[in-house]
Design a binder for this molecule. Structure first.
Ligand code: ADP
Length: 270
């Protein structure tokens, strides 16, 4: 299974990726984590990325594309992967398409986490507090000020990917405002529905089993291959996928202004 998690900072990509790793036994490839490791190790890439990351901007496309290209070649990624934080720009998405094509790999789905932006600042502040409470170092970009800039970067450079993948019929949108557990359940449900998850022999009689029991050789074939079998349920899942409506788009666009106000208020209070 190869999927992308898409969503603004604080939308829960990292949390969900870790949970999906446990559920499906595939690896999480987080460009943010990789870049933070490079910064900590003071590698040439890290030195290049450090200030850009701290200011809420994006590291150059060729740098992250190079990192991902090497990473998906490694053995542990052969079974599948979850891309978390990549791609973040249309050129990165195009480069990824090229990489996957070259490696004869296919992308199963792009899971877009839809969140109310006004909640993001609170989430990020909470994450910083919890990290501090554990005695760990807080991310330098996990401050309200930088978050506002990261959100602006997201809107300008990453949000167009929603359109990019929805045109390619890869986008599945999930409500990221539900509880962590509910979001995981919903992601798993839609991944099963589009056939991204290879069905394991289950204890319960699954509908595919009934198809397998049919004597016609055609039916047996369609069970063996995941793609054709996946086609039908995809329709149902796509129904559940909400394209951003005009109103929703407006709400997303308006939210940063509110978020920014909130920060100002908070800072004024402090
Ligand atoms: P978040 O999703 O919470 O904003 P990440 O941990 O994914 O944070 O990324 C942290 C920072 O690393 C980003 O703000 C950006 O500077 C850099 N970064 C991560 N992934 C990419 C990418 N694909 N392209 C460019 N920069 C990236």
């Amino acid at each position: 299974m190869r999927i992308i998690l898409l969503g603004p900072p604080g939308s829960g990509k990292g949390t969900q990726a870790q949970r999906l790793v446990q559920r499906f036994g595939i690896v999480q490839l987080s460009t943010g984590e990789m870049l933070r490791a490079a910064v900590a190790a003071e590698t040439p890439i890290g030195l290049k990325a450090k200030d850009i990351m701290a200011s809420g901007g994006l590291v150059p496309d060729e740098v992250v594309v190079g990192i991902i290209s090497d990473r998906i070649e490694q053995d542990d990624a052969k079974k599948g992967f979850i891309l978390d934080g990549f791609p973040r720009t249309v050129p990165q998405a195009e480069a990824l398409d090229g990489l996957l094509k070259h490696k004869h790999m296919e992308l199963d789905a792009v899971v877009g986490l839809r969140v109310n932006e006004s909640a993001l600042i609170d989430r990020v502040e909470k994450r910083a507090e919890e990290t501090r409470a554990r005695g760990e170092e807080v991310r330098v970009d996990d401050t309200a000020e930088v978050l506002v800039r990261r959100l602006a970067t997201y809107r300008a450079q990453t949000e167009p990917l929603i359109h990019y993948y929805s045109e390619k019929r890869k986008l599945l949108t999930v409500d990221g405002m539900m509880t962590i557990e509910e979001v995981t359940r919903e992601i798993s449900r839609i991944l099963h529905a589009v056939g991204a998850v290879e069905s394991k022999p289950s204890k319960k009689p699954a509908p595919t089993k009934r198809a397998a029991a049919k004597p016609a050789p055609k039916a047996a074939k369609s069970v063996a291959r995941t793609r054709p079998a996946a086609k039908k349920p995809a329709k149902t899942a796509r129904k559940a996928v909400k394209r951003p409506s005009g109103a929703a788009k407006k709400a997303v666009k308006r939210a940063p202004a509110r978020a920014a106000k909130k920060v100002t208020k908070k800072r004024a209070k402090a």
